[in-house]
Design a protein around this ligand. Sequence first.
Ligand code: IMP
Ligand code: MG
Length: 180
Amino acid sequence: MTQQVTLRPLISRERITARVSEIGQRITQDFAGEPVMLLGVLKGAAIFLADLARHITLDTSFDFIAVSSYGNQQQPSGEVRLVKDVDESLEGKNVILVEDILDTGLTLTYLRNLLLARRPKRLKIAVLLDKTPRRLQPVAVDYVGFEIPDEFVVGYGMDFAERYRNLQDICILELASEAV
Ligand code: IMP
Ligand code: MG
């Protein structure tokens, strides 16, 4: 048996660019005149953060965190482990948590609570994609790129087994097992 992978385009690079630019402008307005720290969740949000940052015309810094979730895609456990913490203190700062996908909501709920305990001045959340039908835990997010259906997607930073992060368009990944 080999696994046949099919990639079906869902969101084009042009639509991504236009939407990321709009979010950057909104952030620029919402934090007018104040510095912001973009806090990316590795690795999936790295490309979104890099593009978003260039549409924000404020004094902007970056930091990154990495988490690993127990369980799997079908059965998330809700238990999240912090693999890499921030380098800088968040206290008194305007922090925008930048994440690729809001799926069950378990990861962002964990991160939100963790980061609020560090006493930022403001904490906002920006997600590129929102899979609303999959939500197990409600999370209030401030900036959303696109609502998407319950499909597994790759590209623009998002992976399947570490592959496809470099695709410029966001694609639905379909796996079919084939007897050979
Ligand atoms: P959750 O909201 O805690 O379920 O987890 C969201 C995380 O799961 C995201 O940050 C992604 O890393 C991963 N994830 C969820 N759906 C997808 C997908 O369709 N493609 C790639 N990664 C996904
Ligand atoms: Mg992620």
